[in-house]
Design a protein around this ligand. Structure first.
Ligand SMILES: O=C(O)CCC(=O)C(=O)O
Length: 312
């Protein structure tokens, strides 16, 4: 008899293992993810939201007469990465001091040091998402980050919304245990990354929960994950995704470049109020990785699937 898998189960909260490296490792090895309530300073998350909201407001993307921090989209506004209009705002966004500093939040780094049992290397290619409502075609498809990030497979993504994010606003969900399946085949798809995995026949369970401000999910580079569609009437979903690895492992050089590599670090840092977080990786003993032939092969075969529905 086939047992039907329920669509979505809640994340397991790992706050009770924060001080226990062996237990964090065990859970990560078993489930491919760790979820924490209120790990990151809500004040810092809110500061980052405010920084980004200011840009969206100046760009005319927010509805007039509404509280800007509610991030209500202006009628007809609908922008998707990497369209030029989106990139114009995004290339300003990645200069944000609060945004970049959020990736170095002490409690998050401390948890990662405990998980790794050594110093964490935070990738400096920090990413934010501005996901408009009612644009579900571009919902982030099921994928593994390793295909995009490479370097060591022991790379972990921390995903957090910049405020409360119920599932209906398009939060992130992960396919529990799927990192054990190895590098999976991909095909062209709409949404972030442009490559999707067919998860229909995979024997794993989707897990995900409503996020409150300060909550974070951290997952392995081979863990399949996707976003839920933003089904809100008018609200934009704002979130960030940052990546980390043990310092002793090799990294792909692109992970230390600004996202999309269109803005130089000097431009990013030009208006920052303090210097201590600038080029924080420059004195670290970094090892660089070569390309993984398996990733190149999987990407090449995805090109053959490029069809009408593929991301432009
Ligand atoms: O936030 C999203 O829609 C995509 C995030 C993602 O895929 C990631 O963090 O790897």
């Amino acid at each position: 008899m086939t047992t039907l898998k329920p669509e979505l189960q809640p994340f397991t909260d790992s706050n009770n293992a924060l001080e226990d490296g062996a237990e964090l490792k065990r859970r990560m090895a078993q489930d491919g993810y760790l979820f924490f309530k209120n790990l990151v300073s809500q004040e810092r998350v809110w500061e980052t939201r405010r920084e980004i909201v200011g840009l969206l407001q100046s760009a005319g993307w927010l509805k007039e007469g509404r509280e800007p921090m509610d991030v209500i989209s202006a009628p007809g506004a609908n922008y998707v990465e990497p369209a030029p209009a989106y990139m114009q705002v995004y290339n300003e966004l990645i200069k944000g001091e609060a945004f970049n500093r959020l990736a170095l939040e002490p409690r998050l780094i401390q948890m990662l040091d405990t998980l790794f049992g050594e110093q964490t290397l935070a990738h400096s290619r920090n990413i934010a998402r501005i996901i408009f409502p009612q644009n579900t075609l571009y919902t982030t498809p099921s994928h593994q980050d390793y295909i995009h990030i490479q370097g060591t497979m022991d790379t972990y993504t921390a995903w957090m919304p910049l405020g409360d994010c119920p599932k209906e606003l398009g939060s992130l969900v992960v396919l529990q245990g799927s990192h054990r399946a190895g590098v999976l085949p991909v095909e062209a798809a709409y949404g972030a990354g442009g490559l999707g995995i067919d998860t229909e026949s995979l024997p794993y369970q989707w897990v995900g929960s409503d996020f409150e401000c300060g909550d974070v999910v951290v997952f392995h580079s081979l863990t399949v994950h996707k976003a839920l569609p933003n089904l809100a009437e008018e609200q934009i979903r704002l979130s960030v995704d940052f990546r980390y690895q043990p310092l002793s492992h090799p990294i792909d050089h692109s992970s230390l470049l600004p996202h999309h590599n269109k803005v130089a670090w000097e431009e990013i840092y030009a208006k920052w109020k303090s210097d201590d977080a600038k080029y924080y990786w420059s004195d670290l003993p970094i090892r660089y990785a070569g390309h993984d032939p398996k990733v190149l092969e999987v990407r090449a075969s995805a090109l053959q699937t490029k069809k009408e529905t593929a991301t432009p």
